[in-house]
Design a protein around this ligand. Structure first.
Ligand SMILES: *Cc1c(COP(=O)(O)O)cnc(C)c1O
Length: 367
């Protein structure tokens, strides 16, 4: 074996903790309920599947590098100009492109203590400095973010609603945040769960993007649209920012199946409405039942709940995780998000939701 030291990565890269995705395996012979990655239990629109079958007939041709059909479908549904949209290989790619395009070594990137893990990875990958601000009651605090701004602040990442807490900031608060930022700082509103939110004071930020020069909103087809396997997301931004991101993306960064299926899924509003209605019913039920078991649940407007466990030995999140996994119930450990004693559970189909509550009742010994 070669014993020479290998080449060194640029500063920051080796500070990255490798992203660990939600588990997806149950013990042999046990039925799997995968509730670890906030996927939709209803699957994608049938129209999306049909679009993929069509695509499969033409795998020899490159996709349209501008993803025109997909941008058009998004533009129609959301009432925006397709020239203000850019698509990506998942919204994760778009978040990374934002880092690539805007960050220099030593720049500061602000995100909150329980924010999405990709923000820290993107910061280190660009030799930038993470500035992690405290949350208040498991919710981002605009005052804390603004207090952390310096002349080196280049990006602010805000997931709204946030993963893994499921909490959100009203649009008035997001506006106050934007108004307090210097013009050269880019505000990234990661609205991966926007479609699920049913609150009068919530908006994903479309109007704020349209009326500002420094705001980008990212969205995904991985969550409510059920296309996580294809990797497809989009961003809405002022033309000046789109022109920046266009320069750093790969020429064919969105594959043909993702373009076709994404467009079909976007247009199937009835399917989306069913997913919202299902979620609304079961997130309420889960919150109520889990609370009745004596567990604290962070109030969530997404399609998942953050469940906090007692510190008592035998009742901790780690022990609950083992107990649930043995029964094929796969939730997400969230120690990496600053919650060592909690589990995140995606809203599943009725039988999965009931199975988790029944198992936790047994686990806690209140059966
Ligand atoms: C799931 C998720 C994403 C999305 O990802 P894709 O790369 O589009 O699959 C982005 N942000 C948050 C907060 C998420 O939870």
């Amino acid at each position: 074996m070669n014993t020479q030291a290998g080449p060194e990565a640029k500063p920051g890269v080796m500070d990255i903790d490798i992203y660990v995705p939600g588990k997806s395996a149950a013990p042999a012979g046990v039925r799997l309920h995968k509730l670890s990655s906030n996927e939709t239990p209803l699957g994608p629109s049938p129209a999306a599947r049909a679009a993929i079958a069509d695509c499969a007939e033409h795998l020899e041709t490159y996709p349209d590098g501008t993803a025109r059909l997909l941008r058009q479908a998004i533009a129609e549904v959301h009432g925006v100009n397709p020239d203000n949209l850019i698509c990506g290989n998942g919204s994760d790619e778009l978040l990374s492109l934002i880092g690539t395009a805007f960050l220099e070594a030593g720049d500061e990137v602000i995100f909150t203590e329980h924010g999405f893990l990709m923000y820290r990875i993107i910061t280190h990958a660009n030799s930038a400095v993470p500035v992690v601000v405290k949350e208040q009651d498991e919710k981002a605090s605009v005052d804390a973010i603004l207090a952390a701004v310096t002349e080196r602040t280049r990006l602010v990442f805000l997931a709204n609603p946030n993963n893994p807490t499921g909490t959100y900031l009203p649009i008035e608060e997001v506006r106050r945040l934007q108004a307090g930022l210097p013009g050269k700082a880019v505000l990234v509103l990661d609205a991966a769960y926007a479609e699920y939110v049913r609150r009068n004071d919530y908006e994903a930020g479309m109007e704020l993007v349209a009326s500002s020069a420094n705001v980008i909103m990212t969205r995904t087809f991985s969550k409510i649209y059920g296309l996580a396997a294809l990797r497809v997301g989009w961003a809405y931004a002022p033309r000046t920012i789109i022109e920046v991101l266009e320069r750093v993306r790969g020429p064919f960064n969105v594959n043909a199946m993702a373009i076709a299926a994404g467009a079909a899924a976007m247009r199937d509003r009835a399917h989306m409405a069913r997913a919202v209605a299902h979620n609304e019913t079961w997130i309420g039920w889960l919150t109520q039942e889990l609370t009745a078991l004596g567990l604290r649940v962070t109030p969530s407007v997404g399609n998942f709940v953050l469940i906090h466990f007692p510190d008592t030995r035998g009742k901790t999140a780690g022990e609950a995780d083992v107990f649930l996994t043995q029964r094929g119930l796969i939730l997400r450990a969230v120690a990496g998000y600053g919650f060592p004693n909690a589990l995140r559970m995606s809203v599943g189909l009725e039988d999965s939701n009931r199975a988790v509550v029944d198992a936790l009742r047994q686990f806690l010994g209140t059966a």
